[in-house]
Design a protein around this ligand. Structure first.
Ligand code: ATP
Ligand code: MG
Length: 1105
């Protein structure tokens, strides 16, 4: 968001709201605005920090005896605040603090460290945690604070950093560099992989110290090589690897040490720490005195080092660094061979031609060395005692004198050792090389040998001190010169601070063509490599007028010396061996022999010995190489943001609690510490271009967040106005903003961190919301897909089930149909083959299966009809008549008369008394036209008055009903059939029937010409009376037959059937009176079944059954 112009102060302004409804703008963690933080916010912040510190454990576990608070600091912990600022006050302040074990003091961002020479409780994990969580201005000065600042800058600013540790030998540079590495390792990531890398980075120290450090006058663990280590980090700030660059090992120490000094630690460690087997395999004896190259520094005053323990540490470190057992064995073989070579001596011999030659005195040692290196003794011996001169056409071998042979031996021993050291560094680099090819940031730690002045200073001291000059130069350049020049350039008001610039010394040493190094190289280029004297005379001639160069003309020093006025003091250098060490030529014969050794390591150490790589070109001189590598180092340092640790040595005796003020004064002077204080005091702690400042802090103002489109300087002005810090803290340069105190920078960083937390929360919130929304959308879509698929599946399943059901039903129906058909067919076939009897009386019928029930019933009816028909068809006319009678009786009585069922099986014989054959009857009937007898039997006529039974012969002809005397056959009554109009019966078992006769017989005279119909009663008589005799009452066992036949006779006679009245009570006419017949079932136990009693009471006749 670009802002058109300045807005009101932040405290009064209301900015656009954040998603959460909070106003944008810098806030504290608790959400307070920035403005109030400057007053009450300070307290809040302190509380926050306290809490943070508490969390970090600084309160609960302070360093024993000295809690980490600034209040307890003695003197001035940042000398920028020192008043008055004098050299005396500065040193007194250091001294005072030193007495209280407060060895660290700030000069703004530069840390001054005074070597305590004793263990201090300053390096525990609690202290690391404290510095991890606090800014450097909250806790006492510490090397951890410098490490934290550099590491934080790598992690948060994503820029390369370096820590330059300087100071003279024994001032504590190596210890400081180890503490920095230890701190970074402790605070960076803890993943397994990261821990492994950290372990390897840390373990490189013991190995390099074992092979590269030695005890000197000034330091028991003096680094005899320069080391610059790049720690490489990924974007998270986790170490991913490293790169070690080593500078000029002091290899002369391998063959010669000054009195009371030692060779490199590894020799002593090996002899003291190795077990017997190892020593035996290396052909060594434990006694140090047995080896010439270890004896020279004797006598040692007292032994402070624990070589035995250190050897174990070195071996363990080599293991961790991934050096295989074979590699370690090969390394130790080379070390042992150097020891053995050191013992080889030569004796001069005079050759026949008068030249001087030499012989090896102690061949056993040479033999051992050869066995250790897997080479043959003869060739090594030859190359040590003779020298092959390579001509253009042929080679000439020249024997060496004893001194030359000793020199060749020493060159070989030094070459073996220094090349082994370089190989170890290369091998460690291989191990710690970052495995990932991701973008990485670097934190470099420079621990280079300190400035040193010995009694006799040789080529190595010259190089070491030159290196320190260069480092001083870079410090001056960046801290003193450039900073001041920048103020002027940027138009900041500035009073220049004077300081000594050592550029003139650097020029004296390294200037092309005119510098000391160039002159040395020129001397070495002379045929036969020139001489040390030649070099010295060149120097004296060229530099005698230089203010920093002194020709030694008095007797205070040997004649072959020159003196340099270094930034750190005067040093007299002995030029002896300068030329030789600079050329550092290992004879080609020795290179060849070494290359031919049957040890793989040797091929890597002496690649130039490969016969295929024959070259007559001279190699680059040692000083030139050193100059080139120093140039690269300076370039690398200049490309990084530097942090400085200036180490000060309190005394020369390496003891604790001794503060040699003069010694310290000397260091304070040459390290330009006071000048640094002056520059830092009036200068600014921090500067940054407006663009980068805006880029880093733009989120702290609503004017500049999220983007500023105007001029960067203008944006910075708005931004700073929105912040609570005083404007006096800032100075506006032409292109850069300057911030006076580091506290303000820290405050800015705090604001930024708080604001970033807010923004991170906002981003997190938005992202989480977006992610959840996306998740929800995905779930919704998935749910729809799942639901639709599930529905489809369900529908398909249903369809499938339905089809299945339908098919099953269809199949079931088919099966059913087939089964029913089969059942029907079987039933019908069975029925057809096993039809029941054709008798109409037969009730049998095969049981039909349910589906055929109806058909079966119909069939049964049909069959029954058919068999009845068939049965009937078999009848003649008589049978048919009889059947007709039976049918008629059924129609009349079925279900109405209790005695009917008994009559069914009884055939209606009709003529029971064989009347038709009776001759008397034949005569009689002819007259009365009653010859067609339908029924004749003796039956009981019930006397109407008494109810008594009177047997009579009852005859029914086709025309009339006749009652005859049974004995005489006299006709008592003849009643033409048409005169009987009704027949009454009871529904009971009694056999009584009442024939109702009309009063007049209208048919008596009528001659009815009836057709000869079956069953039709024909004829008539004259026995009829004009008087009404009344109705006739009979009792007979054939009552059903008589009534049926009479019914038919009357029907035939009149064409109309008589009325058949079946009731329990009915009337009957007895002549003059009507009588009511009443039938009762008595239920009396005395009455036998079928027996009846008839009682006449007035006009009521009761029949009791
Ligand atoms: N912070 C410290 N606490 C305790 N002892 C220390 C500390 N710094 C240095 N020393 C002691 O001082 C000795 C020398 O320190 P160191 O090896 O770091 O010196 P240097 O500056 O690297 O010297 P050189 O240039 O010779 O390598 C150490 O062996 C150790 O005993
Ligand atoms: Mg050191």
């Amino acid at each position: 968001m670009a802002s058109g112009g300045p807005g009101p102060p932040l405290g009064e302004r209301l900015g656009p709201r954040s998603c959460s409804g909070e106003r944008l703008g810098p806030r504290s963690c608790s959400g307070d605005r920035l403005a109030p933080r400057s007053c009450s916010g300070d307290r809040d912040r302190d509380r926050d920090r306290d809490r943070e510190r508490e969390r970090a454990g600084t309160r609960s576990a302070p360093a024993p005896g000295r809690p980490l608070t600034l209040e307890r600091e003695v003197g001035v912990w940042d000398t920028v605040l020192l008043e008055p600022l004098t050299e005396q006050a500065f040193i007194a302040n250091l001294h005072q603090r030193y007495k209280h074990d407060q060895i660290y003091t700030y000069i703004s961002q530069v840390l001054v460290s005074v070597n305590p020479y004793k263990k201090l409780p300053l390096y525990s994990s609690d202290v690391i945690r404290a510095y991890r969580s606090c800014s450097r201005f909250e806790l006492p000065p510490h090397v951890y604070a410098v490490a934290e600042e550099a590491y934080r800058a790598v992690r948060e600013h994503n820029s390369d950093q370096c820590v330059v540790i300087s100071g003279e030998s024994g001032a504590g540079k190596t210890e400081a560099s180890k503490l920095i590495m230890q701190y970074v390792a402790a605070v960076s990531g803890r993943a397994k992989e990261v821990n492994a890398i950290k372990g390897q980075l840390l373990q490189s120290n013991p190995v390099l110290e074992a092979f590269g450090n030695a005890k000197t006058h000034r330091n028991d663990n003096s680094s005899r090589f320069g080391k610059y280590m790049d720690l490489e980090f990924d974007f998270k700030g986790d170490p991913i690897g490293g790169l070690i660059t080593n500078y000029l090992l002091e290899k002369s120490r391998v063959t010669a040490q000054q009195p009371c000094e030692r060779n490199f630690h590894i020799f002593y460690q090996l002899l003291t720490g190795a077990d017997i087997q190892l020593l035996k395999s290396l052909k060594l004896q434990r006694n140090v005195e047995n080896y010439d190259i270890l004896k020279q520094g004797r006598p040692l005053q007292y032994e402070t080092l624990d070589d035995k323990r250190d050897f174990q540490v070195t071996r363990r470190a080599m293991d961790i660094l991934g050096l295989t057992a074979d590699e370690q064995q090969a390394i130790l073989r080379v070390i042992a061979s150097v020891l053995k070579l050191g013992n080889v001596t030569f004796s001069p011999v005079n050759n026949i031609d008068g030249s001087e030659g030499c012989v090896v005195d102690n061949e056993y040692d040479l033999q051992d060395a050869c066995e250790l290196l897997h080479t043959d003794t003869a060739s090594l011996q030859a190359s040590l005692t003779s020298h092959t001169l390579d001509g253009r056409l042929d080679a000439v071998t020249v024997e060496l004198s004893a001194a030359e042979a000793c020199s060749a031996r020493d060159v070989l021993a030094r070459a073996l050792y220094s090349r082994l050291f370089a190989w170890i560094v290369m091998r460690i680099n291989e191990t710690i090389k970052p495995k990932k090819h991701a973008k990485r940031k670097v934190l470099g730690v420079l621990d280079i040998y300190g400035f040193e002045v010995f009694e006799r200073n040789g080529f190595e001291q010259f190089c070491i001190n030159f290196c320190n000059e260069k480092l001083q130069q870079i410090f001056i350049q960046l801290v003193l010169r450039e900073e001041q020049e920048e103020y002027v350039r940027e138009g900041i008001e500035w009073t220049p601070v004077d300081y000594f610039n050592n550029a003139v010394i650097c020029d004296l040493i390294e200037k092309t063509n005119q510098g000391i190094l160039s002159m040395l190289d020129d001397e070495c280029l002379k045929p036969g490599h020139g001489s040390d004297e030649g070099f010295l005379s060149r120097l004296n001639a060229a530099c005698s007028n230089h203010p920093h160069f002194s020709v030694i003309s008095d007797n205070s020093s040997p004649a072959h010396c020159f003196r340099l006025k270094h930034y750190a003091g005067d040093v007299t250098y002995d030029v002896t061996d300068f030329v030789k060490k600079n050329v550092d030529a290992l004879s080609r014969d020795l290179s060849l022999v070494m290359y031919r050794c049957d040890l793989p390591l040797m091929k890597a150490l002496f690649p130039e010995g490969n016969p295929k790589r024959v070259t007559l070109r001279r190699g680059t001189s040692a000083s030139a190489q050193f100059k080139i590598s120093l140039g690269a180092l300076m370039k690398s340092l200049a490309a990084k943001q530097p942090h400085y640790v200036r180490c000060v040595k309190p005394n020369d005796t390496k003891v604790a609690n001794e503060f040699d003020s003069e010694l310290v004064r000397h260091q304070v002077r040459y390290l330009n510490l006071l000048e640094t204080v002056r520059v830092k005091r009036v200068g600014f702690a921090f500067r940054q271009s407006y663009e980068s400042f805006l880029a880093r802090y733009k989120m702290l103002s609503l004017h500049t967040w999220p983007s500023w489109c105007g001029l960067a300087a203008e944006g910075v002005t708005y931004l700073l106005r929105d912040l609570p810090s005083s404007m006096a803290e800032y100075a506006f340069g032409r292109t850069k903003l300057f911030i006076r105190s580091p506290e303000t920078v820290y405050e800015l960083e705090e604001y930024r961190r708080d604001r970033l937390e807010e923004l991170a929360t906002l981003i997190q919130k938005t992202w989480r919301g977006w992610r959840q929304h996306r998740l929800f959308e995905a779930m919704r879509k998935s749910q729809i897909i799942i639901a639709s698929n599930w529905r489809t599946w369900k529908a398909k399943e249903e369809l499938r089930a339905m089809k299945q059901r339908r098919r099953t039903e269809w199949a079931a129906r088919l099966v059913q149909r087939a089964y029913r058909g089969w059942k029907r067919r079987r039933f019908l076939l069975r029925l057809a083959h096993h039809l029941p009897s054709e008798s109409p009386l037969c009730r049998e019928w095969p049981r039909a299966p349910p589906p055929c029930q109806h058909a079966s019933a119909l069939l049964y009816k049909l069959y029954h009809k058919w068999r009845c028909h068939k049965y009937r068809m078999r009848f003649d006319q008589t049978s048919r008549n009889r059947m007709r009678e039976k049918v008629t009786s059924s129609i009349i009585f079925k279900g109405r008369k209790a005695s009917y069922p008994k009559s069914i099986g009884h055939p209606f014989l009709g003529d029971y008394v064989r009347l038709r054959q009776n001759s008397q009857w034949k005569k009689m009937s002819a007259q009365s036209n009653d010859q067609y007898v339908v029924f004749a039997d003796i039956i009981n006529k019930i006397a109407r008055s008494s109810g008594k039974f009177v047997p009579v012969l009852f005859v029914l002809s086709t025309s009339s009903m006749l009652i005859l005397d049974q004995r005489t056959m006299q006709i008592k009554y003849r009643i033409p059939a048409p005169e009987i109009y009704r027949i009454s019966l009871s529904p009971f078992l009694d056999d009584i029937a009442v024939f109702h006769v009309r009063a007049h017989s209208p048919t008596r005279e009528t001659t009815v010409e009836e057709p000869n119909l079956p069953g039709c009663l024909m004829g008539g008589g004259d026995s009829g009376s004009k008087h009404r005799k009344g109705d006739l009452v009979f009792q007979t066992g054939h009552v059903i037959e008589i009534v049926t036949k009479l019914f038919l006779v009357i029907q035939n006679a009149t064409g109309k059937p008589p009325d058949i009245n079946i009731d329990t009570e009915f009337e009957a006419n007895f002549g003059q009176s009507d009588v009511v017949f009443s039938f009762k079932a008595s239920g009396h136990p005395d009455m036998p079944p079928g027996q009846i009693r008839i009682i006449r009471r007035a006009n009521k006749m009761e029949v009791i059954l």
